[in-house]
Design a protein around this ligand. Sequence first.
Ligand code: HPA
Length: 278
Amino acid sequence: MINRKPLEASLAAVKKAFPKAKPKLGMILGSGLSEIAEAFEQLGVLPYAKIPGVGAAGVAGHAGRLVWGKSAGIETFIFQGRRHYYEGVGWEAVATPLFLLKSLGAKAVFLTNAAGGTNPKWKPGDLMIIEDHINMMGVTPLLGTHDPFWGPRFPDQSFIYDQQLRAALARAGKQSKVALRRGVYFAGTGPTYETPAEVRAWRKLGADAVGMSTVPEAMLANAAGLRVAGLSCITNMAAGILNQALTHQEVFETSQKAMANMKKLILQFWKELGRAGL
Ligand code: HPA
């Protein structure tokens, strides 16, 4: 269950720091992807430590700052670094970015992550449009007493990843000449990477990419009526696909190599969204 108090306190802190902010879009940057914010015009920066609901981000590769920025004329809140369920501090830190976005009138959120690829034909550095997800976390942030802020008691999830946004992302890929794959993102709780047997099983269940985030954010955003788009950076082949161990170092290094492509793609995506009148 999500405690509203720290979320309301976060909203007050952000309104105080950025009294004129009216973000139309939000973006959450996953592991190693914080640098993408530098491609945006910066209107303000607020460290997570000053946003009560989020607190200091605890994972290497996650910068831990809210950047109030703009690109293609679209005012955007960029969350440089995310909080995860596996950090064990509850759902508030995960939910706060969505709470802020919805409360300040944003229409959509773009979720990015680093993920393991389960398709042997794919390569580290590939980028995947998230078409749908499978929640293997065994929990959801919407458990507990119903809070109408997060939509109806039984949110529909037939169309979480907005079709128009997916099409705009695909167009941005073509225009920026960044190849894009598409597939299903599969979330476990982490913080362990998967076993090879789990990866084989999950692939059979429909996973194209495996990771430890994004799904709770997508569920909350969708329930609250925000449109959702998602992109996975395949930073490594999932466990057992190659005969080698997985490390956070590899995840981080691949995300750095993919950065130039991601920046190009995302700037073009914003242009597409601007054109589409978002
Ligand atoms: N599994 C889970 N999470 C991940 C992976 C992975 O292989 N790579 C990056 N995040």
